[in-house]
Ligand binder design. Sequence first.
Ligand SMILES: *[C@@H]1O[C@H](CO)[C@@H](O)[C@H](O)[C@H]1NC(C)=O
Ligand SMILES: *[C@@H]1O[C@H](CO)[C@@H](O)[C@H](O)[C@H]1NC(C)=O
Ligand SMILES: *[C@@H]1O[C@H](CO)[C@@H](O)[C@H](O)[C@H]1NC(C)=O
Length: 804
Amino acid sequence: MGYKGFPVAGLAVCFAVILPTLADISYSIAEEMKQGSVIGNIAKDLGLDVSRLTSRKPRVDTEGSSKRYCDIKQNSGDLIVSQRIDREALCGMKPSCVIKLELVLENPLELHRVNLHIQDINDNSPFFKKDAVKLEIRESTEKGARFSLDDALDADIGENGVKSYTLQRNEYFILNIDTQSGGRKQCELVLDNKLDREKKMEVNMVLTAVDGGSPQRTGTVMIHVTVLDANDNAPVFSQALYKASLPENSLIGAAVITVKANDPDEGINGEVRYELDHFSEKNKIFSLDSITGEVKVNGPIDFEEESSFEIRISATDGPGLASYATLMIEVTDVNDNEPMISVKSLTNPIAENVSPGTEVGIINVQDRDSEKNRQVRCSIQPNVPFKLVPSIKNYYSLVSTGPLDRELVSEYNITIIATDEGSPPLSSSKTVHLSVADVNDNPPVFEEQSYSAYVTENNKPGSALCSVTAQDPDWRQNGTVIYSLLAAEVNGAPVSSYLSVNGDTGVIHAVRSFDYEHFRSFTVHVMARDNGSPPLSSNVSVSVFITDVNDNSPQILYPSPEGNSFMTELVPKAAHGGSLVSKVIAVDADSGQNAWLSYHIVKSTDPGLFTIGLHSGEIRTQRDISESDSMKQNLIVAVKDNGQPSLSATCTMYLLISDNLAEVPELKDISYDENNSKLTFYLIIALVCVSTFFLTFIIIILGVRFCRRRKPRLLFDGAVAIPSAYLPPNYAEVDGTGTLRSAYNYDAYLTTGSRTSDFKFVSSYNDNTLPADQTLRKSPSDFADAFGDSDSSPEILYTSLAEL
Ligand SMILES: *[C@@H]1O[C@H](CO)[C@@H](O)[C@H](O)[C@H]1NC(C)=O
Ligand SMILES: *[C@@H]1O[C@H](CO)[C@@H](O)[C@H](O)[C@H]1NC(C)=O
Ligand SMILES: *[C@@H]1O[C@H](CO)[C@@H](O)[C@H](O)[C@H]1NC(C)=O
C-alpha cells in the first residue's frame, strides 16, 4: 500500500522509503536488528534541517503502544532501533508486519507518520507440539495403512516456515507428505512392511521437519510405535505325536504324560488351553488338565477292552486359534483276568460200562489277558478216573481213564483247575458234576451160600418156613429182586406142591403139611432175578429139614398085639432066675426121643416072677421057677416112647411054663377059637410051605450065582441079628453125601444084647422104602416053616423059636 509514489533507496538490509513530505514515510527492516542499528535518515528523507533538529525536540512514538521500538538520533536525524523487534511476537503468522510510528516535531508541531515494515528472518526452528509421538499399531495392520502425524510448527513465515519433513529410515514405515490447499503439509506414516510383534515389539524413529530459511533450521520428534499383539499365532505343540504307555488298572489320577504347546502371542492370545477331543466315551478314560497339559487317568483302564488309545488333543489360545496333536497311549497287559473254564458239552449221566478212553465232555478254557498271561494250564484232581486231554487250541477233552462202577461211586465231582502263566499266576476252577448211570451188571447175590429151614412135621399148610434174601446193588429195576422157585421134582412131585416163595419178600411157605415119617428133608432151588433188561439171576439151594413130632405110637412087632394065643412062649421049668424068657420087640416110626422106647410090665399073673428090661424089652425070670408056679403066666407089657407127650402101646405075652409043648393040654384053652384056627392054621402052614419052598428054590438059584461075591451085612449083636428092616422107615436116608446123621441114630434104642431070642427077619436090608406098617402086619404064621440056608443065602428067614 505504502509503496506508490516513493523511490525506494534500499540496501541489502536496510530499506529506506522516502515518503512524500507531509505524507507517510515507510522503512523496511529485518526483525531482530541490534539495538542502535540505523533504519534510515529520517531527517533527510523528510527534508528537515538537521541543524535545527535538536531544537525541535523530535520524538518517535509507536502508534497504539507504549513500546518504543525506535528512536531518532537528534544530531544526525537517523532512525535507530531502540528495542528488539520480534516479528513473530508482533505479528505472528501475518504475512506483513508493519509497525506504525509517529514522528512528532515541535516548533512547529509537525507530525509525520512512519510505517516500519518488519521483514521476517529465519530465526525460528520448526518444532513439534509434543516431544514424542506415541503410536500403538496392531501387528495385524495391513500394509499401506496410514497414520496422520501432527504438523511441525515454525514461527517463521513464508520461506522460513516448515518446508519439508524427513523420516528416519526404518524397516516398516515410510513418510507421505500431503500438501494441502493452503500449502499446509500433512504428514502421514505409511506402513510399508507388516509388523510382527513377535519379532519387534517397538519401532522408534525420528521425524525431522525442515524449514525453507537459509540457513535451514530443523525440528525433530521421536515417534514411538508400539506394536500391539494380534492373535496371529496358533499354539504349537512340542510334538505332533505324543506316545505314552501305562499298565492297565492304573489308578485314577495316575499321571500319563504332559503335553506342551507354545503360543508366542501375548496375553490372552498366548494363553493356551488344552483339551481332549471327546469324540467317544472311551476318551473319558483320560483327563487333560487344560492349563498344565498333564494327562491323567480318569477311568478304568482295561487292556482287554482297549489295548491302545489314540486321542486327538487340541491347544487353543484365548481368541480361539487352535492346533492339534495326537496322543497315543499304549496299555500294557497286567495279569488281571483269571482263566475262564466253560463246559462245552458233557455226557451226563455216563453209563458205568463205558470203556476207558471214552470222551465224556469238552472243556474250553479262555483267558482274556495276552501273551504269557493267557497261557493256561489245565488239570483235574488226581483221584478220579478221568483225565484232561488237550485238544485243539483251548479245548480239552475230558476222557475216562478207568472202569466206572456205579455201585462203588455213583457220582463224581470233577474239579477242573486252570492256571495261567502270569506272575503272579491266576487260577480258577470249575466243578463238573458227573453222575454214573446204572447198567444191569450185578446179579442178585444171596446173603448166604445156602439156606436151611427146619420145620416140624404136621405143620400147617401156608406157614412160613424161612426167608431168603438176595441183594442187587444196581439201581431201581436193575436192582429189584424177584424170587421164584426153580422148577424141579421132589419125590416125584413138583416142588410147587411143597413150597411156595413170595416173589417180593423171599419168604418161603409150606404148601402142604409135611410128614417126617414120609420124608425128612428135601432141597429146592430158589432163584433171585432182577428186573433189568436183560435180567440177571442167581440161585441158591434151600434145604428143608422136617423135624419129628411124636405122632406115632410104638408099634409092637412081637408078640402080635392082636393077642394070638399062638404066640405063647415056652418057659422051661428048670429056668433059673435071670434067664431070658422072651423079648418084646417094638418099633416107633418116630425118631429120637420120640422113638426111644421103654418097656413096663403093667400086669402079670405072678408079679414077682418075671421082669422086663426097661429098654431092651427082654423078659427074664426073676427067680427060679418052682413047681408051685402056675403053668400059664400072662404078662401085659406096655411100650412107651419118650416123646412129649409119650405114646404107648400094650401087648399081652402068654408064657407057658413047660418043657414040652405036648405037655400042655391046656394049650387049647389058651387059644380062643380052637376049631376055626386049627383049620386055618393048617391051611396057612400048607400055603407057607409051598410058597417058601418055591421062594427058596428061586433064591438058591440066584444065590448060587451071586452070593459068593456078596457078603450079607447084617447087623449082628450076639446071637440076635437085627435086620435093618426093623429100623424105622427112612432110617438110613442119607443126607446128600450118604453120611448118617448122628442125630438120627436110633438103633441104639432097639433091642440089643439078646442071646436067647433068635429073631431073624430075612429081607433085603436095603429095602428101606418098605412101609413100617406093612412089615408089622406080617403075621408070624407067614414065617412059620420058612427055613433057609443061613450060611449061603442072603435071604430072609423068620423063625420064632424059644431057645433053651
Ligand atoms: C458233589 O457236589 C455236590 C454239591 O456240591 C455234593 O452234594 C455232593 O455230595 C458231591 N459229591 C461228591 C461225590 O463229592
Ligand atoms: C438198567 O440197566 C440198563 C442196561 O443194562 C439201562 O439201560 C437202564 O437205564 C438201567 N435202568 C436204570 C433205572 O438205571
Ligand atoms: C444155579 O446156579 C448155578 C451156579 O450158582 C448155575 O450153575 C446153575 O446153572 C443155576 N441154575 C439155574 C437153573 O439157573
